[in-house]
Write a protein that binds this ligand. Structure first.
Ligand code: 5GP
Ligand code: MG
Length: 183
């Protein structure tokens, strides 16, 4: 067990790099079986999914494409509140099988929003592949087809995920160490 300090807070190892790789390989295996002959387009949602997307794609051995998008939040009118818009999508995705690649699904707000936008663009079949899934926080009905690792409602960092901009480069996944965190 090792620990790191980020912005003055102590985090301890929760999921090792080798456990992550094993879980990613399991997801790749399912995708290779389920989506063979579908020529899926993987859409990795930046920033958090970059490590997962890279490791997953190295293990996906079917014919496929990958592209990268961002979800940009901006203030709408007072009635619409915060609007989330998918940016960076240049492919014609009508009628295709699209796999959304996410770092983490928490409440599900983000993923539901992306799902709705892709549906509106005419995607035939949408699958979600997420590195981490917090089922106890999830409030939506969109099916989370491929969840590599299921976790409780802890705040985690590493392997692409950040704490206020830092920690994305960590190879393992860390959780806030409440006992040793005095702040
Ligand atoms: P949701 O929309 O599902 O509530 O949350 C999704 C987004 O919240 C993720 O893409 C991520 O940016 C952030 N998030 C949720 N839980 C965590 C966590 O435990 N650690 C980090 N670093 N980000 C999280
Ligand atoms: Mg994300």
């Amino acid at each position: 067990m090792s620990s790191v300090v980020i912005h003055g807070h102590t985090f301890k190892t929760k999921i090792s790099s080798s456990e992550i790789q094993k879980a990613v390989a399991e997801v790749a295996k399912l995708i290779n079986k389920d989506l063979k002959d579908k020529k899926p387009l993987f859409l990795a949602v930046l920033n958090g999914s970059f490590m997962f997307a890279a490791d997953l794609m190295k293990k996906v051995n079917i014919e496929c494409e990958i592209s990268f998008v961002k979800v940009a939040s901006y203030e709408g009118t007072s009635s619409t509140g915060k609007i989330k818009q998918l940016i960076g999508l240049n492919e014609d995705i009508k009628g295709r099988t699209v796999v959304i690649v996410e770092d983490i699904v928490d409440t599900g707000n983000t993923i539901e929003n992306v799902w709705d936008q892709l549906k509106a663009l005419g995607v035939a079949d949408i699958k979600i592949a997420t590195l981490l899934f917090k089922p106890n926080a999830y409030t939506k009905t969109v099916p989370i087809e491929y969840a590599a690792i299921v976790i409780p409602n802890d705040f985690i960092v590493g392997y692409g995920l950040d704490y206020k901009g830092l920690g994305r480069n960590l190879e393992d996944i860390y959780v806030l160490d409440y006992e040793n965190d005095k702040k």
